[in-house]
Design a protein around this ligand. Structure first.
Ligand code: FES
Length: 912
């Protein structure tokens, strides 16, 4: 093949876009870099994720697998070409159905769907699923995407809610339009002119010492390379981490790499040069060390001190204890014991980490995908020795996060390059880099014993768990602390002892991932509760109802809770449970190889930080022009906080959603709303938004001398307050600007009332919990060990449902991730490199989901609301494992339940 540049005549969205490039260059690359079509997303460069799907002469293709040689003279259509400026019917349907959460898969989904609709106006559901089968979504669980495509011709737009009535409405996401139009700006989608491309050199060893050779000589021998930087160039403290005493991860390793994939040097230069570099001649000498990849190996290797600051390679321990579990266990009528092991789970968001940096005067500006802009600012300032007011973080839209984008990754790296060179720069992780260098769900090895009395009431529980936290702390302390608080599940447990350890290894970094260890613990607790129910002679759902935590009862931390919806969720499942059991029994009576089973599991989850300060601050202002500016610093990574928080603020203030303009997040424009983690944004930032809305309303009522029931309205630049026959108007443009530059404004902070835990974990770890329970219906092939989830029924207590459309989307997306955790996802350090050797659920894996939204108001939550985002994943895997056992008798003891593990468990159960 001729590798010299050719002129390729492309037609992109109806316009000529000639590209001079090598014929083998990827179409995706040419479209984004040369043709400006940044609505074409790149998730893997291997044809696995389908995010880059475009239409080539009307047929869907993966642009990353299509060489330019194949497209000369042909027509390419991308998402922005699907409309004439206003959303197409299909794009409108995506908005209406909440089919775009983070939105990174949406362009690929839309083009794949459009190709089908161009052939068939009224496709069947199966045809729709086939059409999008090659496009992965990590957020939605696919159900709403399929619904939207099926309803592409519909037009039932959601009516705009009246003033004060936004909460509770199925409102389309307020930030959804750019996601469906392909104009959303993700981490890789913006860069200043002349930006240098940054690439990291990474450790090829799990553990190694290293030394650099002649870096300057190497750089000068590679034209186009502008800078080579190492830890020696970092002006500040080469260290970041989420909890300052435990912060231990260098931005660039200095002389020792503890992780395969750890960054040790940066190369910056012209994009085409940097991307083409063969780094085999980079001047570095590696001296590999024997790694410890499992907690067992690391604990045995304690004398070697994998991490020199940690005794015996233990990062931290967690403990919660109450009552006398040993005595109660001896006295119990029924006792069950067991263990469970889970694997590393990859976040597998479709958007690998990406961002860009530039100088604005003497301010370093970083735009990157993140879940924690203020934490990013603080870390970058520390690492680069800059005052915090000289670092500005502007979060790009995040194409999924699920916890991993809480950790600083490339932000200090691109900041360092810009600071040292004075040039703007950009960096985009490859899928392999993202998988190697970023955090995973902690693998857990757990054992527990639970006792019950003759009536099937839980009397005692003991739990032990080791969590593989990898070489750096990341969120290991949080996992070790959070698990013991939750390992009882939402059940009254009067005698309890749970102890955890986070253990350092050279495997992947264990970090935050939707649930912070609680999903792992819930698997063991719920599997054992099924066995305890049977030992007690009780129906499995009835056993859980009998033990569900009630208002006024004490948790294992001694906290007395109110607004507990655990029992209500189980009650809501009762008719579905009876139906599912009956259907499974009928089916099994006529089937020997394929067996159906039904499982149930519950969850609870404390919202926000564990026993630590966790404030959010919201500012809301009325502009002279008559708009409401909501300074909202919480990153919306697809979960819907931009919409939900605005709904809460609008109702607290008493104005229309349409009156609002969202500002931020941006550390120069928005107060600190904390991290998007631990299901805290609806509750904590929502409460701050409620307080700020009410404070602004109070100021207006004082100014107009109106009573609390006055109705507010904005028309043009005039604010009107009406109370019965009384009416007052404020000409907003005539008011002098206040300290925030607004005609009127308010700023309020909310910090959950928690307290520190004592050495037995007694105290108030969280002010608000959410609750849920799910039923899984599965089909197991006894000869192949394969498992198909046929249906999920999910009842979740949200306290107050702020937006049912988005809540359903969270439930369906959480179930998809729980299904992956249960049946297919296993990251193997050093081996797993891409989405073809790490499988996540595709549309074909997702069962129908029946969502039941329970409302038991929380006394503390905004308008009674509780968090939801983490909760929805927790019961899915244990419900599936319990269903497998119900179908076949097989006791799964390691996740994921891959066919060979299921088959072995079946053989064991059958004694064959
Ligand atoms: Fe599909 Fe986020 S909405 S990956």
């Amino acid at each position: 093949m001729n590798i010299h540049p050719h002129l390729i005549e492309l037609m992109v969205n109806g316009s000529p876009a000639p590209v001079s490039a090598a014929p083998g260059r990827r179409l995706s690359d040419a479209l984004r870099e040369d043709a400006g079509a940044r609505d074409v997303k790149i998730g893997c460069d291997a044809g696995d994720c389908g995010a880059c799907t475009v239409l080539l002469d009307g047929e869907p293709v993966c642009a990353c697998l299509t060489p330019l040689a194949q497209v000369d003279g042909r027509a390419v259509t991308t998402t922005t070409g699907l409309n004439d400026g206003a959303p197409s019917p299909l794009q409108a349907a995506f908005l209406r159905h909440g089919a775009a959460q983070c939105g990174i898969c949406t362009p690929g989904m839309l083009t794949a769907a459009q190709a089908l609709l161009d052939r068939s106006e009224a496709p069947t559901r199966t045809e729709v699923e086939d059409a999008i089968g090659g496009v992965l979504c990590r957020c939605t669980g696919y159900r709403k995407i399929v619904d939207a495509i099926m309803d592409h011709a519909g037009s039932a737009a959601t009516p705009a809610p009246q003033s004060g009535r936004a909460v509770g409405q199925r409102i389309e996401r307020l930030d959804g339009l750019p996601k469906v139009m392909g104009t959303e700006v993700f981490g890789a989608d913006h860069w200043p002119d002349e930006a240098l491309m940054v690439r990291a050199l990474r450790s090829p060893h799990h553990a190694a010492d290293f030394a650099f050779g002649d870096l300057a000589g190497w750089a000068s021998s590679h034209p186009g390379v502008e800078a080579v930087l190492t830890a020696a160039d970092i002006p500040g403290k080469n260290c970041f981490g989420v909890i300052p005493p435990l912060a231990d991860q260098p931005a660039l390793a200095e002389t020792h790499a503890r992780l395969k994939g750890e960054a040790v040097a940066l190369i910056a230069g012209a994009r085409e040069v940097v991307e083409a570099l063969d780094l085999a001649d980079f001047p570095i000498t590696w001296i590999p060390r024997p790694p410890s990849l499992t907690p067992e190996a690391a604990l045995a290797d304690g004398a070697a001190q994998l991490h020199e600051h940690r005794v015996g390679n233990i990062l931290v321990r967690g403990r919660v204890a109450c009552g006398d579990p040993d005595a109660a266990m001896k006295a119990a009528a029924h006792v069950v014991s067991g263990g469970f092991e889970t694997s590393f789970v990859e976040h597998a968001y479709i958007e690998p980490e990406a961002g860009n940096a530039w100088m604005d005067g003497d301010v370093l500006v970083i735009q990157a995908c993140t879940q924690a802009p203020v934490m990013d600012r603080d870390d970058v300032a520390l690492i680069l020795d800059l005052p915090q007011d000289r670092v500005r973080i502007i979060p790009a839209a995040a194409g999924g996060g699920f916890g991993s984008k809480l950790d600083v990754s490339l932000q200090p790296l691109i900041g360092l390059v810009t600071l040292k060179t004075g040039r703007p720069c950009r960096m985009v992780y490859t899928r392999a880099e993202s998988m190697a260098a970023t955090t995973k769900r902690h693998p857990a090895k757990m054992a527990a014993t639970i006792g019950a009395d003759t009536g099937g009431r839980i009397t005692a529980m003991t739990f032990e768990g080791d969590f593989n936290t990898g070489p750096y702390a990341s969120w290991g302390p949080t996992v070790a602390t959070r698990v013991p608080v939750h390992a009882s599940g939402p059940y009254f447990t009067p005698n309890y002892r749970a102890e955890t350890r986070a253990v350092h290894t050279n495997a992947a970094i264990g970090g935050a991932f939707r649930g912070f260890g609680v999903p792992q613990a819930a698997i063991l607790q719920e599997v054992l509760y099924d066995r305890l129910a049977e030992a007690s002679g009780l129906d499995r759902l009835e056993f859980r109802r009998r033990n569900a935590l009630l208002d006024g009862q004490r948790t294992v931390c001694g906290q007395v809770l109110h607004g507990v919806g655990a029992r209500e969720c189980l009650d809501a499942l009762e008719p579905h449970w009876q139906r599912a059991l009956g259907e499974a029994a009928d089916f099994n009576a006529g089937s020997t190889v394929i067996k159906r089973g039904v499982g149930v599991a519950s969850c609870w989850y404390g919202c926000g930080n564990t026993a630590l300060p966790n404030p959010s601050t919201i500012r809301v202002g009325l502009t002279a022009a008559g708009r409401v500016a909501l300074h909202q610093g919480a990153t919306d990574i697809g979960q819907g906080s931009n919409t939900v928080i605005t709904q809460i603020c609008a109702d607290a203030l008493g104005l229309l959603l349409d009156d609002f303009d969202l500002i931020g997040p941006d550390t120069f424009l928005t107060p600190d709303c904390g991290k998007t983690s631990a299901s805290r944004q609806t509750y904590v930032t929502g409460k701050a938004a409620e307080k700020a809305g009410r404070a602004l309303r109070d100021a207006i009522l004082r100014m107009t001398n109106m009573g609390p029931d006055a109705v507010l309205a904005i028309e043009g630049a005039t604010l009107t307050a009406t109370d019965g026959s009384a009416r007052q108007q404020i000409a907003l443009a005539e008011l002098p600007p206040d300290a925030n530059g607004y005609a009127l404004s308010a700023e309020e902070t909310y910090d959950p009332p928690t307290s520190a835990l004592d050495s037995d974990g007694q105290g108030t770890p969280y002010a608000v919990y959410g609750y849920g329970a799910q039923i899984a219906e599965v089909e197991v092939d006894r000869e192949l060990g394969t498992v198909k989830v046929r249906h999920m029924t999910a009842a979740h207590d949200l306290g107050r449902v702020i937006n049912p459309l988005l809540a359903e989307g969270q439930i369906e997306g959480g179930i998809a991730q729980g299904l992956g955790l249960a049946l297919m996802e296993e990251f193997i350090p050093g081996r797993t490199e891409n989405l073809h050797d790490y499988l996540i659920p595709s549309v074909g894996d997702m069962p129908p989901v029946t969502s039941i939204l329970v409302e038991k108001p929380d006394p503390e939550g905004p308008m009674g609301a509780k968090g939801l985002g983490e909760h929805v994943l927790i019961p899915t895997a244990p419900a599936i494992f319990n269903a497998i056992r119900h179908a076949t008798g097989a006791e799964i003891t390691k996740a994921p339940a891959l066919p060979h593990r299921v088959l072995a468990a079946i053989r064991k159960a059958e004694g064959t």
